[in-house]
Design a protein around this ligand. Structure first.
Ligand code: GLA
Length: 726
């Protein structure tokens, strides 16, 4: 067997040489995929199948688990790299098909491999073919060595003359070494999204899934760590996620031999795909990574870099996000030129750079009962269209953005009158409404085309630089007027693919326009939608205290340049709380800053504070949006929270510290709890630390061992520290 060494030179930021990322050796034939700190092995078995060997951190000489490589051909390989339905195997299948003659079993054998480079990174492709039917499966594994992340996806191909029904085609499966593991999922609901929940994985299957085009209950990403470990900065952590939106499934399976299999992809509940002759089905990607000893923070660091450099649309992935104002909480549906201009003037005075009009600007949108579908400016509210408002906003020196909800329709609209057949519906069944709206069947080609056309027209005729793409209700009655029963069952998959296609086409036509993914708050934050959108709206809940929890959870998986926070009037006057504006600002400044309060009601002194805060934010936003992120205090464990950002070159750092309540025992101010130990600074360097009042110079050694004194007094106290290398 020939030895293969893949050696690749990277351009741009990645000036390093990855020799031997993928190695092949013989007896047994095995492929070792090595990233900087991790190793993954695939082994060819005696029954010509592929089995998974070791997967985990490199620890000195790599462990080699050959438990199944010499599988007895009478039984076959029970641990499969690509598990499928068929044969003597008990793993959760990634592939389930039915051939035209009714045969429901696959029998795949190894048919070669290929290595190469995709977008500057090495990949290996394993080819498998059925022993009888002209059907092949290829598994791709692409490696990001410096992040210890692998991407996997499958390509199914029907080479026969007859259709094959695909009942499941997950993106891939990973097998972790035997251990007792805790799963951390990020689940919640409206107003309390991304809450980390840790639970012991016991024998059987734990599935985290959705059956919708949104996923407000669970984001499709996870962390896994040895049971009982909870250190933020130490210990082994596996992590992963799916590049798919809404309708996903992640299975965590402990089989009878106590090993953990993680498999996932599109959720095939109520779905299948007909693979016609000569057609391919390419699954979305699933990713998996591992940190040997960096804890959950270490895993977050890698995920953040991955999202910034490999998921988010370029070039906006690395540019600073403008400070945005959104008028939703100020005016709701009651929008017109005069009211918006009044808000825009104040927004400009305090330093806003992008003015966004939310819901209510389009034809007939006076409340949630009308408008969705008729995507042109409301004739009464904007008799001369949006452009006069846009011109005024531009004159003030700001960019302009709008809210849209393209997947939705109200029954009272002109669009509905013209195309009632475009709506999801099932004959003889009640067509349910949610928030008074129906769902457009985005799986249809005509609906896709219509959506591309009106979005293109809106962006071509108006100087719009930002789109907030919302999606506010769940699917129901997912029928497709005029489609065959088979095609109807492809709807859930085609719908999401078309959303991606629309966004892709519009982005290509309008490369300057940035997009935000929103779904009743944080219902659409995932690695799939982030390939087409620049940022997300993590929650409609803008109470600055609640937000500390939501941001804490969100930050485990996705970077701060995707996390938009608004300073609003929530938390002030509601629930008997009067949270100071400085706390509301600090909470929102700890990612991508936006403003959403009713500015016309703000006192002069509020505007002065806002102006100062926004100006301070702008000075440090590059570090906050693009820097390394450290969770210093867990709000779920204490009445405080603190986060730290460090610029990639370590010359600058920012810390936000929050005290929600001062406890009766005075715990916050005893000598231990009054300190924050910092991370990630340059060794042997001096830094100037300022909390806006006091300023002192101190060595990084002290900052990273005994830390800084916080001195927060009372309830809803907060501070921003800036730390600059001398
Ligand atoms: C959803 C969004 C909000 C706002 C409204 C407008 O609830 O999450 O931010 O855009 O829709 O109707």
């Amino acid at each position: 067997m020939k030895k293969l060494f893949v050696s690749i030179l990277f351009s741009g930021l990645l000036i390093s040489c990855y020799a031997q990322v993928i190695k092949v050796s013989e007896n047994p034939v095995r492929w070792t995929i090595s990233s900087e700190n991790a190793s993954y092995q695939v082994i060819l078995t005696r029954d010509s199948n592929l089995t998974t060997g070791y997967y985990g951190p490199l620890s000195g000489e790599r462990t080699f688990e050959a438990d199944d490589w010499n599988a007895d051909p009478r039984f076959g390989t029970s641990i499969r790299e690509i598990p499928y339905r068929g044969g003597y195997v008990f793993m959760e299948p990634t592939i389930e098909v039915i051939f035209a003659d009714g045969n429901r079993e696959l029998e795949l054998v190894y048919d070669g491999y290929e290595t190469g480079e995709l977008d500057g990174y090495p990949y290996i492709r394993f080819d498998m073919k059925d022993i009888y039917y002209p059907f092949t499966v290829s598994e791709y594994i692409r490696v990001i060595p410096e992040l210890d992340i692998m991407e996997k996806w499958l390509v199914l191909k029907n080479n026969s003359k007859k259709d094959i029904k695909v009942e499941r085609a997950y993106s891939g499966s990973f097998r972790l070494p035997a251990d007792e593991y805790d799963l951390i999922q990020f689940s919640g609901n409206w107003g309390r999204e991304f809450i980390p929940r840790q639970s012991l994985l016991t024998p059987g299957i734990k599935s985290v899934f959705n059956r919708d085009a949104k996923s407000i209950q669970h984001t499709p990403a996870y962390m896994i760590r040895p049971h009982g470990e909870s250190d933020e900065f130490n210990g082994k952590v596996y992590f992963g996620g799916l590049q798919w939106t809404g309708n996903f499934k992640l299975d965590f399976v402990i089989e009878n031999n106590e090993r953990l299999q993680v498999a996932g992809g599109i959720n095939y509940w109520d779905s299948h795909w007909i693979l016609n002759k000569d057609e391919e089905f390419i699954t979305p990607k699933i990713i998996s990574g591992v940190v040997e000893d960096g804890g959950t923070n270490g895993a977050s660091q890698l995920l953040h870099q991955y999202v910034r450099n490999h998921i988010l649309p370029k070039p906006h992935n690395l540019t600073s996000k403008p400070v945005l104002y959104n008028s939703w909480y100020a005016t709701h549906f009651d929008v017109n030129e005069e009211g918006q201009v009044a808000l825009a003037k104040i927004a400009q005075e305090i330093g806003v750079e992008l003015f966004v009009i939310d819901d209510g600007w389009f034809e007939g949108r006076n409340d949630s009962r009308g408008g969705l579908g008729d995507w042109y400016p409301d004739a009464k509210k904007f008799p001369n269209g949006l452009q006069p408002l846009i011109s005024k906003v531009k004159e003030l020196g700001m960019d302009f953005g709008v809210w849209v909800e393209p997947e939705m329709i109200n029954a009272s609209t002109n669009l509905y009158k013209e195309h009632p057949e475009w709506v999801l519906q099932t004959p003889h069944r009640t067509t349910h409404e949610g928030r008074n709206q129906l769902v457009l069947n985005m799986a249809r080609e005509d609906v896709k085309q219509y959506t591309i056309e009106w979005l293109d027209k809106l962006l071509s005729e108006n100087d719009i630089k930002f789109i907030k793409w919302d999606m506010n209700r769940n699917w129901s009655e997912t029928g497709w007027v005029g489609a065959s029963p088979d095609k109807e069952r492809e709807l859930r998959i085609r719908y999401i693919r078309n959303i991606y296609e629309i966004l892709g086409v519009i982005r290509e036509k309008h490369p300057d326009v940035q997009f935000e993914a929103c779904s009743s708050g944080g219902g659409r934050v995932d690695l799939g939608i982030l390939r087409y959108t620049d940022q997300t709206w993590p929650s409609d809940n803008t109470n600055p205290e609640d937000r500390l929890y939501i941001q804490y959870g969100y930050s485990h998986l996705y970077p701060t340049n995707t996390m938009l926070n608004w300073v609003t009037d929530w938390g002030y006057g509601d629930h008997q709380k009067n949270i100071p504006l400085s706390f509301r600002f600090h909470s929102a400044m700890a990612a991508t800053l936006g403003i959403g309060g009713n500015l016309t009601a703000w006192e002069q002194e509020d505007k002065v504070i806002a102006k100062e805060m926004i100006s301070l934010y702008k000075k440090f936003r590059n570090t906050i949006q693009q820097g390394k992120y450290y969770r210093l205090k867990n709000p779920f464990e204490e009445t405080r929270s603190a986060v730290q950002f460090v610029s990639q070159d370590r010359s600058e750092s920012v810390v936000f510290a929050f005290q929600v309540y001062e406890t009766i025992a005075g715990v916050p101010y005893n000598s231990v709890n009054n300190r924050l130990v910092l991370h990630g600074l340059e060794e042997d360097a001096s830094y100037a630390v300022s909390d806006g009042e006091e300023k002192f110079v101190i060595s990084s050694k002290v900052l990273m061992s005994s830390g800084i004194t916080v001195n927060l007094k009372g309830n809803y106290a907060s501070k921003m520290f800036t730390i600059t290398k001398q």
